[in-house]
Design a protein around this ligand. Sequence first.
Ligand code: ZN
Length: 473
Amino acid sequence: MLLRVGIGLALMAGLCPGGTEVWNLGELGAEGKAVKAPPKEWRLPQGASAIEVVTVHAAGLAKDAGLAAGDVIVGLGGAPMLKKTEPVYQLVDYLETTAASNKPEASLAVRRAGKPETILVALPAAPAHAASCPVSCARCDALVEESMAALAALQRADGGFAFKLSGITGETVVTCLAGLAFLANGSTPDSGVWAGNIRKATAFVMKHAGKLDAWMPDGKVDGKNYNATNWALAWGSLYLAEIQRLAPAQEQLDRMTEWMQAIEKNQELSGGWGHGPGGVNGTGYLELQASGNVQLAALGALRRSGLKPSKAVIDRGLLYLNACVTAEGGVRYGSDEKYWLGEPGRNAGALWALALLEQQKHPMQPKLAAWFRKNLAEVPEGHASPVFHLTNAAFASHHLGDAAWKEYASRFRLEFLASRRPDGTYAARPTRESVAQKEEGTDDFVGPAWATAAHLVIVQLRRGNLKVLAGAK
Ligand SMILES: [Zn+2]
């Protein structure tokens, strides 16, 4: 239990992590790992990469085609994989292009036990992606609808979604994200296909945000503080702000007011926030910048809902954020200079918070934005929960405007297609950190709802349905 709680805290923070080298291979029904330097005896051209198939699903395109674990994909459509991008991106790009061609049959050159073979994969015919992909793209829209159904199927009778870490706090956060995915799809609490799912998610969040599990009523395990409720208070506020706009109710406003007061009270003297109240946590530190980002974003969303969060709290929060910014413009894990030199996913969280607080003219904003855009490619390498970094980056890019959004969407379009499993759920991808840890990635470990809800919020963000969190004001 201690380990579970500890890891849960870490995940929310971006501290601890996990992962193997394995990528989901898009629609193929297989998983594999990138081979950046194939053996010389295969005589591939200089700079060619490959993908080793690690798992073939019991049913699916790969299975039907006879692809097997251990096969190494070395060519796509008769050509070696020579692009400088991630080999998994190249595979997915090839599969999507081939599915949209007049002969939707993929030809994979593989090495099986060292010997060359050709595997032909019959792909379901699909429309080509639009130039505006993933926005107004018929192919992506069809994939989104299937994934929405897959997400809905993960919702429990009590309205919540499973999350393997941090108990009720983790479940509340992922339920907020799932609720946002239903809203992003265009449903409201009163209308649309997912109205019932939204109402159930809302009831769950209203009941549990800020509450502790019965097994840790004082937030402590073995005398150590594992209270992580700040995450649920903030995400609950972000989610309910959207609900309140669409279907106002006094009970919701009362709950948002309670959460706002708790967020204000839980601010540390530094101006930052920890995982929860109660002092130094069981992992040995107090505040972390990533929590501060989401608390500030929540206060901005609450203010957009007509509440009046304390200006003094927000000002102190911004001062703490400023203290976490490096000379180059990256945002560190915390204000202490011992922390590494910034991660664009943290810049993104800060930029989103500044946007919701109407602080785009804050003196630190241009520096944060420039560093974020310069380091965009590194977002999925973010500490602990890359999916969380990607989500923040989507909101940040949206608020930075069309050019930034285009950079984001084109950079990660193939990443999102690769992460999407044939059953409609999304997988997390390996990172340098998860590879070094030699464990299943935390984003996957917590269960499929997390990555699936996050990706669905991201790919539908520009549909314009999240008017508080992604609106101009
Ligand atoms: Zn598309």
